[in-house]
Design a protein around this ligand. Structure first.
Ligand SMILES: Cc1ncc(COP(=O)(O)O)c(C=O)c1O
Length: 481
């Protein structure tokens, strides 16, 4: 077959070119803006009338696309929560695409492998797992929606309301208790599920401790007003500072008040593998649902999220719907993946997740996680040593939140300075950091996920932040400015 002969040749060329690209990454700039002409060319690409050869496609991709990435392949990239891809995961992505199954049900390897990988993920973080009590998703946001749909379904069923039949009309108002530092995907899920963001109450947390009495008073007030307290959320690693909420105390409160306890471990759940902080995660294993993202700390190529629940029936109650034209494995005890979430055609996310985990093993992953946390502590020390920088929070996991406070900057200019700093650092090309608002103040946050990040990269970051802290007040973020 000519097509396969061409594929073999072009794909071999692609593997070589991609490998060269990955090898060259650490010595280039972390990120650069696209040249104006290329941006315009990409945006205005005409629909091709005629066929291209596969080799031409490889050449174009390697020239116009692959080199102009977001920067997360570089060990001095500290932005958001975006690691480099694991080589094993990149390789597996090719094989998964070549199989191209829809991973729903049936006796094919991808279905069984996803069940095993979901169990592995639960085992890695010490969450109890029964077959059918979880699935891979496109990421943490989708996994959160899946889990909270389970929570809604259980709470309304207990109140005698048929949400699948009647929608929310006539249903009691469900209330969700959500820490201020919870990721926005929790609020988005609550909005999408029709609970509305006004159903959110802030969980009284101060300096990592739960004010249980205040929480229970807030729950009692909601019950007294006729609402139905239903959900309590905790973070196993917040996105702003990597802080781990007091999960054990939250689990106690959820049990006492009969609330669904949801833990967002999208970023931080794998931190439990670091013996230095494992105890901080106590209580995570008591959650009704846990979200974790293999495409974050593990470096599985995007996309790979995971929703785990204590009882798979909660997901089946929320999602199971099998029209006659989709019947398959209807006698299976665990059901199909389409009965556990909202996707019908599902990609083969398990192969790249399997490959990423298997290429390092639990021991290798634990070492990588502990190393990232240690680097974060080192960065914290570097920040504390600089008179013109300050830590916004002590690092607990691998995220360091800090601010610039140059002596010559008036205190009412500090927020503006720190708001502009990330882009100024990014534009200089030697390190990449992003910003947030923490404690009401503009803050930089560095998230360490790259296995090849070294203490020298941390020093570069600190030096770049200090250097950029001088320019943004007077000039643009242009590197030449
Ligand atoms: C703590 C936390 N939860 C949830 C999410 C959302 O995950 P995703 O971007 O995979 O949808 C993120 C993303 O950074 C996160 O850091």
């Amino acid at each position: 077959m000519d097509e396969l002969r061409d594929f073999r040749r072009a794909a071999h060329g692609l593997v070589d070119a991609v490998t060269d690209h990955l090898a060259a990454l650490p010595s280039g700039p972390v990120w650069q803006p696209l040249p104006d002409a290329l941006r315009k060319e990409l945006l205005e690409l005409p629909l091709p009338e005629n066929a291209s050869t596969l080799e031409d496609l490889v050449a174009t991709a390697m020239r116009d696309v692959v080199p102009h990435a977001m920067g997360n392949g570089h060990p001095a990239f500290f932005g958001w929560v975006n690691p480099p891809p694991s080589p094993a995961g990149v390789m597996a992505s090719l094989a998964a695409a070549a199989m191209n199954p829809s991973v729903v049900s049936g006796d094919h390897a991808d279905v069984h492998l996803e069940r095993a990988v979901v169990r592995w993920l639960a085992e890695l973080v010490g969450f109890p797992h029964a077959p059918g009590a979880g699935l891979l998703t496109s990421g943490g946001s989708a996994a959160t929606l899946v889990c909270l749909a389970g929570a809604r379904s259980r709470a309304l069923a207990a109140a005698g309301h048929d949400v699948r039949g009647d929608g929310l009309a006539g249903a009691p108002q469900l209330i969700a208790y959500v820490p201020a530092e919870a990721h926005s995907c929790v609020r988005r899920a609550l909005e999408l599920l029709g609970l509305g963001s006004n159903s959110m109450r802030e969980v009284p947390l101060a300096e990592g401790r739960l004010d249980t009495a205040a929480l229970r008073a807030s729950i009692a007030a909601d019950r007294a007003s006729g609402a139905l307290p239903a959900l309590l959320v905790g973070s196993a690693g917040t996105v702003n500072t990597g802080a781990i909420d007091p999960l054990d105390a939250l689990a106690d409160a959820a049990a006492a008040e009969d609330l669904w306890f949801h833990v967002d471990g999208a970023y931080g759940a794998f931190g439990v593998l670091d013996p230095a902080i494992a105890a901080r995660y106590r209580g995570m294993e008591r959650a009704d649902s846990l979200v974790l993202d293999p495409h974050k700390w593990l470096g599985v190529p995007v996309d790979a999220g995971c929703a785990l629940v204590r009882d798979g029936n909660d997901l089946r109650e929320a999602f199971s719907l099998i029209p006659p034209y989709l019947r398959q494995d209807t006698d299976s005890e665990v059901g199909t993946f389409a009965e556990l979430g909202f996707e019908q055609t599902r990609p083969f996310r398990a192969l790249k997740t399997w490959a990423t985990i298997a290429a390092r093993g639990r021991v290798g992953i634990a070492a990588q996680v502990a190393r990232a946390n240690e680097l974060a502590r080192q960065l914290g020390t570097l920040v504390e040593r600089e008179p013109e920088l300050e830590l916004a929070a002590m690092p607990e996991t691998s995220i360091v939140a800090f601010r610039a406070c140059p002596a010559d900057c008036p205190s009412d200019g500090l927020d503006e300075l720190n708001r502009r700093l990330p882009e100024a650092v990014q534009a200089r090309g030697r390190a990449f950091v992003t910003g947030t608002v923490y404690d009401g103040r503009e803050t930089l946050r560095a998230c360490i996920l790259h296995p090849d990040t070294t203490p020298e990269h941390l020093e570069t970051l600190v030096a770049e932040v200090l250097a950029a802290a001088v320019t943004p007040r007077s000039s643009s973020t242009n590197p030449s400015g």
